[in-house]
Design a protein around this ligand. Structure first.
Ligand code: 26W
Length: 824
């Protein structure tokens, strides 16, 4: 008999070295004599990959045999960041590898930083998807992610003369974390027309004919769980010319170049991530991306289901599909098309399956972010899907008409088709109608969608269709990996790292709030993290900052609703105040470093102007001898996941200052608090629940409430309004040219003083500045400050993405974990 092959991974530094070196010499074919940091990274990654792959295969086999319900998370964005550190910590062999590497003459930190970020996302929504994958794997849920394998992720940001410049992010030169599955392909159809035929029973069937075919090729990425063998799969689709597409006629008649050009055209579908965040632009290529990815994923899911030989009515008991915002909404008409046109189910039966399968998560109420597709464009690209959407809409409107016979306007308000010129398809309505649950991402946001964009649908479907799942973050990456010393300190008090699997255990830290030794170490860790960031700032910006200063951080996409302009106006206000002080007064100030980071969408001029202003202010303030350490202003280039891992643990105060009612949740607010930073924020998104958990003494809230926004906007437009005098002084300084050519910033200022101040910067300015002064006062009382920080960490247990995933599993997916089979 064959002996059971039990693969053994390395457990000692020597064994690790052997594996690492073997990969460098054979897989990479490199000599050890010119082995640089990059080759060593590659060898390390491949050594760890070997371990993941074995667990991954076992997990997939286990999931297939278990024959239970699986979750499919469809997201156009997965902002994964780096994989090696995460893999090492999950497997629990980072220390072993670190020893091995140091014997080879390398520092772990240098090796880890060789990896290119997987930056397949814009911001919050994409990073949330990545945290969810981590939790799904760590909690042993049988779950797959489906996305696109962009050749170019979010652009790299360079700052040139204070302006943002976008540089392509080609990240695939060496990516050991993906496996091309050239045998798993799906043909995807576009364009063409629909013909009607009669089948043998005389019923008419629709056939989508003609057009062109593009091939989808699967690339699989293992997603390891924390200290579990369970390793899930993220499947990313790449586009390729279908074999029939390659025009041999042209090829043979000497038109070699144009036949290759056709090939190239097919590959553009998955070439680049759209860099817009919260802005819909209606580009055909984006719609192509969406259909390409939805169709390939559904084909794959249906193929897997069919292998079980179950009847179609079991589909929703075996498959839960979650739509990450409206971007994958085409999956709804696509499944209906598969069931009706290809599998021959009747419409009602098919629709009952479809509408039990999907759940839809909404991430924004900003009107400019709501996806709409023009009917003519859609008709051209996806003629059969347009018919299906019209039929879905017709059935739905009939139902609404029967239920609300007196409300004639209701029909046009809830119709999937907006009767504009051209007509538009409202994707959020289609997503809602085709799903069994709709959720928002924080309590306030989930309430708001029920009273604004989806108000009528609450009447139509009843309130139970709507629910809330407050966002969360993975404590593995955002505490254990980003802040290893704090993780160790907590573990030393709580008796191990169990809290990384059950974050509510953090509450036990409250017992140490007054523990001298603990407080001292906690402070030392924060200081060390600030020293590390200061070093990075020195290297990247050439500015020396004092690690004892109060680090005030705002890092996120640059957007008017997030109000980086409020922050920088506050900084200018502070600068003017410092200039007006005597040297003695200045010495009494709490020194401050204002740190900004984030990308602006390439076509978003106002956001780019804000970046420019921040850099101009920095240039003036940082070189002003009167100011010295009292104030420094830093714009960190190219904010991304791996920079966030350095920045987050180093903040004293972070800013989450959106106009109330505009930030659906925010997730960096959670990351900062979990790392012992306090926050200044508006009553918006998850800030409200964070306040409830940590207590209002531990957060600096300011500004108007969501319920007052409408009236305030109205009074800007139609009432009399006088600008706050200190904001006026800031604007005067700008128009006097204190920060360079004032005309550069006129649109920014005019948006407030002349065009209605849509984001209510002037309404919140005074309260913002007052709260910043309170922060200075609070920081002077160091004992109280550290009590706040430690209490905050202790009370952040609720915001783990593990809690969040358990809520989705129970309320929306109805799916159970599948623990890995014990090894025999
Ligand atoms: C179609 C253009 C477009 C692109 C991206 C529209 C909308 C988006 C995303 C939905 C924007 C986004 O990332 N939203 C953020 O989602 C996070 C996770 O739920 C929340 O924490 C943020 O508050 C929300 O802005």
């Amino acid at each position: 008999a064959w002996k059971k092959f039990t693969p053994k991974g390395f457990t000692t530094p020597e064994e690790f070295e052997k594996e690492c070196v073997r990969h460098i010499e054979t897989t990479l074919a490199r000599s050890l004599y010119n082995c640089d940091e990059f080759a060593t990274y590659a060898g390390t990654a491949l050594a760890f990959r070997d371990r993941l792959v074995l667990d991954w295969n076992k997990t997939q086999q286990n999931q297939t045999f278990a024959d239970q319900k699986r979750v499919y998370y469809l997201s156009l964005e997965f902002l994964m960041g780096r994989a090696l550190d995460n893999a090492m910590l999950n497997v629990g062999m980072k220390d072993v590898a670190a020893k091995g590497l140091s014997e080879l003459g390398f520092r772990m930190e240098d090796i880890v930083s060789q990896e290119h970020d997987a930056a397949l996302g814009n911001g919050g929504l994409g990073r949330l998807a990545a945290c969810f994958l981590d939790s799904l794997a760590s909690l042993n849920y049988p779950a797959w992610g489906y996305g696109l394998r962009y050749r170019y992720g979010i652009f790299k940001q360079e700052i040139v003369d204070g302006y943002q410049v976008e540089v392509p992010d080609y990240w695939l030169d060496f990516n050991p974390w993906e496996f091309a599955r050239h045998d798993i392909t799906v043909d995807i159809q576009f364009y063409g027309h629909v013909s009607k035929y009669q089948d043998d029973n005389g019923t008419s069937i629709s056939v989508w004919e003609g057009g062109e075919i593009v091939q989808a090729v699967a690339y699989d990425v293992p997603v390891p769980g924390y200290q579990t063998e369970n390793t899930n799969n993220l499947r990313l689709w790449a586009s390729k010319a279908a074999s029939g597409e390659f025009d041999f006629q042209k090829f043979n008649s000497g038109e070699y170049e144009s036949s290759v050009a056709d090939q190239q055209r097919a590959e553009t579908i998955s070439a680049v991530l759209y860099p817009n965040d919260n802005l819909e632009r209606g580009k055909e290529l984006r719609l192509k991306q969406q259909y390409f990815w939805c169709a390939a994923s559904l084909y794959d899911i249906v193929r897997r289901f069919k292998k079980t030989k179950r009847s179609w009515k079991d589909f929703p008991t075996q498959v839960a599909i979650q739509l990450n915002d409206t971007h994958p909404t085409l999956a709804i008409p696509e499944l209906q098309r598969i069931l009706v046109d290809q599998e021959g189910l009747d419409w009602e039966e098919a629709w009952s399956i479809v509408s039990k399968t999907f759940g839809y998560t909404n991430h924004t109420v900003l009107p400019e972010a709501l996806e709409k597709w023009s009917v003519p464009l859609f008709q051209h690209l996806l003629p059969r899907h347009l018919q299906i959407i019209y039929d879905i809409n017709l059935n739905f409107l009939h139902y609404v008409e029967r239920t609300f016979p007196k409300d004639r306007d209701m029909l046009s308000r809830v119709s999937i088709i907006e009767e504009s010129n051209p007509k538009m398809i409202r994707m959020a309505f289609l997503a809602l109608i085709g799903s069994h649950k709709v959720n928002g991402v924080a309590e306030l946001h989930s309430d708001l969608i029920k009273t604004t964009i989806f108000k009528d649908f609450v009447k139509v479907f009843g309130p139970d269709k709507f629910t809330n799942v407050t966002n969360g973050i993975t404590p593995r990456r955002w505490l254990h990996q980003a802040n290893p010393r704090l993780s160790e300190l907590i573990a030393s008090k709580l008796g191990g790292h169990e809290f990384l699997k059950d974050l509510t255990l953090l509450h036990k830290l409250e017992n140490y709030v007054d523990d001298k030794e603990f407080r001292k170490e906690f402070q030392e860790i924060k200081y060390a993290n600030k020293v590390r960031l200061a070093k990075h700032i020195k290297e990247a910006n050439g500015v020396s900052v004092n690690p004892s200063a109060l680090f005030d951080v705002q890092v996120k996409r640059i957007h008017e609703y997030k109000r980086q302009q409020l922050n920088i106006f506050g900084v200018i206000h502070r600068y003017l105040a410092i200039k007006a002080m005597s040297p003695e007064e200045r010495k009494k100030l709490v020194p401050r470093v204002s740190i900004f980071g984030g990308k602006a969408a390439p076509g978003y001029w106002m956001a780019k102007t804000v970046i420019h202003l921040i850099n101009q202010v920095g240039k003036v303030v940082n070189n002003d001898k009167d100011v010295g350490d009292a104030l420094k202003v830093i714009f960190l280039e190219d904010y991304n996941v791996s920079k966030a891992e350095i920045i987050t643990p180093a903040s004293d105060i972070s800013e989450h200052i959106s106009t109330a009612g505009t930030e659906a949740s925010g997730t960096s607010n959670m990351k900062f608090c979990l790392n012992g930073g306090l926050i200044i924020g508006t009553c918006d998104g998850a800030n409200i629940e964070i306040t409830r958990e940590i207590g209002e003494n531990n957060i600096f809230l300011f500004g108007n409430l969501a319920e007052d926004v409408e009236d305030l906007r109205h009074s800007h437009l139609y009432g009399t309004y006088t600008l706050d005098s200190s904001l006026q002084a800031v604007f005067d300084a700008i128009s006097d040219g204190m920060f360079g050519d004032a005309s550069h910033f006129s649109a920014l200022v005019n948006g407030i003083v002349e065009h209605g101040d849509y984001y209510l910067v002037s309404d919140d300015f005074a309260s913002y500045c007052k709260t910043q002064d309170l922060i200075d006062e609070a920081y002077k009382n160091q004992e109280e400050w550290w009590t706040k920080c430690i209490t905050t960490v202790a009370r952040m247990g609720f915001f783990s993405s593990d809690r969040c995933i358990d809520e989705y599993a129970e309320m929306i997916w109805n799916v159970e974990p599948l623990p890995p089979k014990q090894e025999q």
